[in-house]
Write a protein that binds this ligand. Structure first.
Ligand code: RB5
Length: 150
């Protein structure tokens, strides 16, 4: 699986650790993120880069990280077809896939510890979409996108 990872300056440390962690698990990790913790760069640029790579088929899943995980997820979710959830616990990381068919996950370096972040990624990557009634709801999210992206 090809995983795109993106981060702003607030999450360079986390990105480096989690990238190595995912590579150790056998994922091919493509880095779209900032490499300079001193840079005053802007999280939307990195959320957009990972989201567009995913929708273009260059990666299979996306992981984005900023200070809180919120800003970069908001940017990623503006790209049609992206379903990115901010996660600070493993249950949410599993459920955003099982119920929401999330194709990206977002983390906050200033919010969660690094060991928890690894467990969150494990939950996200091992979960599968359950379909059924959840597919109907996800389809409604897509319908909202289509209404406003004509
Ligand atoms: C950067 O200081 C910070 O605002 C950003 O990483 C993120 O937390 C925004 O949501």
């Amino acid at each position: 699986m090809r995983v795109g990872i993106g981060n702003d300056h607030a999450a360079v440390n986390f990105k480096n650790i989690l990238k190595e962690y995912l590579e150790g698990k056998g994922y091919e990790v493509i880095d779209y993120g900032s490499t300079d913790p001193q840079a005053k760069d802007d999280y939307p640029d990195f959320g957009q880069a990972v989201a567009e790579a995913l929708m273009a088929g260059r990666i299979d899943k996306g992981v984005v990280i900023c200070g809180t995980g919120v800003g970069i997820s908001l940017a990623a979710n503006k790209v049609p077809g992206i379903r990115c959830g901010v996660c600070s616990d493993t249950a949410t990381a599993r459920l955003i896939v099982q119920h929401n068919n999330a194709n990206m996950i977002s983390l906050g370096e200033r919010i969660v510890g690094v060991e928890l972040a690894k467990d969150i990624l494990d939950s996200f990557f091992s979960a599968e979409f359950e379909g059924g009634r959840h597919a109907r709801r996800v389809d409604k999210i897509t319908a909202i996108e289509e209404k406003y992206n004509k």
